[in-house]
Design a protein. Structure first.
Lengths: 198, 589
């Protein structure tokens, strides 16, 4: 968080269906629980059908705009590597990239490799953290879709997001439907264990 | 159902669209109609979930015009009414809106319209419905965040009640799909307080309120010579509403960033979500400029605007507390004003006109610094204000030469439309056939990977335009239209192909839902269909009744049969229709 302005700006990017809006809701609730001002922005409709999806979450003090300005993101959470790179205009050398080590191929065009994405991200910021979140979740929990929950939980445990893990946990319980709650709570616990190991 | 929480003073996080719903509930709304469309969909979807519980009548109508007409009927019958739609929906119902503004509302009526600058989900043209508001002279408010969405909706009902006129709330994508904490007030039970009859209390709990249509042809029949009197009455009403607008607190002058107060001769006038970018920009640039935020788009508070130009801080005693009224803030007369608005420069033109009366030397700038194409973003506004005030601001990251390949949206894996696509590819030489597109997920037929879409315009137009092309050329033509879109605006065009004899092949994609906007029910598949036992209207019966002789109802999973049907129908002398019937994969079984 930028101490001077007392705000935290976070962008979540990925492809449609990776749960960006759910993650946005969880983070907004967690920030709300901590008494912060909040603004978020998201897109609905056709853009969600497998295309690029980018959502903005801002919290702290004196938050007006729901959109983050160019270069002002504190954290860019990439659920897919190429999408993380696409969000580069929001980044500065101060930005942290927390990226799921996964490439979802785009049909009919030349895709970037993981190495190419990483090389480009490092041109902008030295703070690039690559986590094979989907693989870890698949291996430990048998489900890749919870990678996003894993990453926001991990980010909280590792102080990459200035929100307490207990707030994230409470927000998960509020936002996630009963049917999927157990899986998501396990994901949160997994992130807790992994964060203490590394 | 946190949205129904009845704890006044408490804050909950709401999406802009949900905040509009909450505002309507707090105003005591009784009748709600809509046709789903992004970015307005969640208004209807939320009412769909809660309507029965709160005793509000709700319907997904066949199209926006019908939705508004239903709303007009409810308003004429004395009910408090809300109608919601996306920008293009207002075009469809403009025919009904004009006369409604003349007759005025009986039950207070609010029409919510959501624009989509940058065409994220309203891809066919970048519309600003503010222009249409001016054409029909409907009072229009522009909220900028969820709290205002709620407050302005309530205010709109009050204005409608006071002046007996429908009031429009105009949002944009970044307002409708913005989340923020919203302070709650009491939900008013939708009992018909203001209607001139009483209901026993037992009838008003959980049950729908019935209004009463009281005959009053002088009021509800728009015909000459009365209609011209109505126009005069409307103009008189607007004058009164303008006086209301002058006093309204939703048009307010503030001083951005008080701690950096300067004797600025520069001011900013803005409205809607751009206001939030302005405040962000002033912080970023460490500037303190007087800002006039307009909540009313129409009618504008003209005197307030002129006062702002002449003396931009008249409200400082109310803005600052008593101990700080001594602050040295003596701006007398602005030299220049930047108008920060998205899309067309409506405010800029009006303010230029008003400035001429108030202060001939004022420079009014707007579109020379603020783009007219695409939505505004905080850095665009910051950059414009920096230029306008000679302040330094530079974005550095343009120096990185980075490109990621474009990722187009695509049909979901398992979508039944894939099967239609593959059958078409096998049935015809796609270079030899003209393909018409319409509004729905099958617009994705136009993406590079599929590339079978040669024209695309508005709801239902695939058939209307197909008729014209068939009349004008000798080319083969196939059009695609979804079931919800067919009910919305396809049927008159289909009748025209029969009436005026042309022979396109029309493929109706019958996935039994309004998939693209979020799986809302439509006349062919009402909510709960088929489990509800309530039959939807059968498209094949409609098509036959329109006089179409060549008709097949197929499941595209049977590829061979589908391919043969396409080949056969493409050579017919009369119009042909294939109903491709297979449900969307997201329909809950």
């Amino acid at each position: 968080m930028d101490k001077k302005v007392n705000q935290f700006n976070m962008i979540i990017v990925g492809t449609g269906g990776q749960g960006q809006i759910t993650l946005l809701q969880i983070l907004a609730e967690a920030a709300f629980l901590e008494g912060k001002e909040i603004k978020t922005s998201e897109l609905h409709g056709l853009s969600q059908r497998g295309g690029s999806v980018e959502v903005h979450i801002r919290f702290g003090k004196e938050i007006y705009s729901p959109l983050i300005s160019q270069e002002k993101a504190d954290l860019i959470l990439g659920l897919e590597m190429q999408e993380a790179l696409r969000a580069y205009s929001f980044a500065s050398p101060k930005t942290t990239f927390l990226v799921n080590k996964e490439i979802v191929p785009i049909p009919l065009v030349k895709n970037l490799t993981g190495e190419e994405v990483l090389k480009n991200l490092k041109k902008i910021s030295k703070n690039v953290i690559l986590v094979p979140a989907a693989d870890i979740c698949q291996k430990e929990l048998g489900n890749r879709v919870v990678a996003g929950i894993y990453l926001i939980s991990l980010a909280s445990f590792k102080n990459l997001i200035p929100l307490k893990p207990t707030s994230i946990l409470k927000a998960i319980k509020k936002i996630i439907p009963e049917k999927y709650l157990e899986l998501n709570l396990k994901t949160f616990d997994l992130a807790k264990i992994k964060s203490s190991q590394s | 159902m946190e949205i129904l929480l009845n704890k006044p003073g408490q804050k909950i996080i709401l999406l802009g669209n949900e905040a509009i719903v909450r505002g309507a509930l707090e105003a005591g709304v009784q009748f709600v109609s809509t046709y789903p469309g992004t970015p307005a969909s969640e208004i209807g979807d939320t009412f769909f979930r809660i309507a029965k519980k709160v005793g509000v009548y709700f319907e997904y109508s066949t199209n926006e015009k019908v939705a508004l007409e239903a709303g007009i009927g409810a308003s004429f019958s004395g009910l408090k009414t809300l109608v919601a739609m996306k920008d293009f929906g207002l075009n469809v119902c403009l025919d009904a809106l004009g006369p409604f503004v003349y007759t005025g509302s009986r039950g207070p009526t609010v029409i919510v319209v959501a624009d989509d600058p940058s065409c994220y989900s309203s891809a066919q043209w970048e519309e600003s419905t503010r222009g249409l508001a001016l054409v029909v002279r409907i009072p229009t408010l522009e909220p900028s965040d969820p709290q205002e969405c709620k407050d302005f909706t309530k205010l709109a009902f009050q204005i409608s009640e006071k002046f007996k006129i429908p009031v429009m709330i105009r949002t944009t994508t970044r307002v409708a799909h913005q989340r923020a904490p919203v302070k709650l007030s009491n939900i008013q039970h939708p009992r018909a307080k203001k209607v001139n009859f009483l209901l026993p209390p037992s009838l008003s709990l959980g049950r729908l309120i019935k209004g009463e249509f009281v005959k009053d042809p002088k009021r509800f029949v728009t015909l000459p010579p009365r209609v011209l009197e109505m126009k005069s009455e409307l103009l008189a009403k607007i004058e009164k509403i303008q006086q209301f607008s002058e006093k309204s607190e939703i048009n307010k002058a503030t001083i951005g960033q008080e701690q950096f107060l300067t004797n600025s001769k520069i001011g900013i006038i803005t409205a809607g979500v751009p206001y939030l970018y302005v405040m962000e920009a002033l912080k970023e640039l460490n500037l303190s400029l007087p800002v006039l935020k307009l909540g009313f788009f129409y009618p504008l508070p003209e005197k307030k605007i002129q006062n702002f130009i002449k003396n931009p801080a008249p409200e400082r005693s109310s803005v600052l507390d008593q101990s700080r009224t001594e602050t040295k803030f003596l701006v007398r007369g602005l030299k220049k004003v930047l108008v920060v608005e998205e899309l067309e420069p409506h405010l800029e033109k009006e303010i230029g006109r008003l400035a001429k009366d108030a202060n001939c030397k004022l420079e009014v700038a707007g579109k020379k610094l603020i783009p007219e194409v695409g939505e505004l973003k905080p850095e665009i506004v910051t950059s414009a204000i920096a230029t306008f005030t000679n302040t330094k601001y530079k974005i550095q990251n343009t120096r990185y030469k980075i490109q990621a390949p474009k990722r187009f949206p695509q049909l979901c894996p398992g979508c039944p439309y894939w099967l239609v696509f593959s059958a078409i590819k096998k049935a015809v030489d796609t270079k030899e056939v003209v393909f018409g597109g319409d509004i729905g997920c099958y617009m994705l037929f136009g993406t590079p990977a599929m590339n079978i879409q040669d024209y695309l315009s508005c709801m239902g137009s695939s058939i209307g335009i197909a008729h014209g092309i068939k009349k004008a050329t000798k080319q083969k033509l196939i059009t695609f239209i979804g079931d919800s879109t067919f009910f919305h605006a396809g049927i008159p065009a289909l009748i025209n192909t029969v009436f005026n004899k042309s022979n396109p092949l029309i493929i109706i994609l019958n996935n039994q839902t309004t998939a693209m906007t979020g799986l809302q029910p439509h006349p062919g598949a009402p909510a709960g269909y088929p489990q509800s036992g309530c039959d939807g209207i059968k498209i094949e019966e409609m098509v036959r009744a329109c006089g179409v002789k060549n008709l097949k109802i197929l499941d595209q999973i049977n590829q061979k049969e589908f391919i043969e049907a396409v080949k056969e129908f493409l050579n017919k002398k009369e119009v042909s229709v294939i109903i491709a019937r297979r449900p969307c994969i997201w329909i809950k079984k």
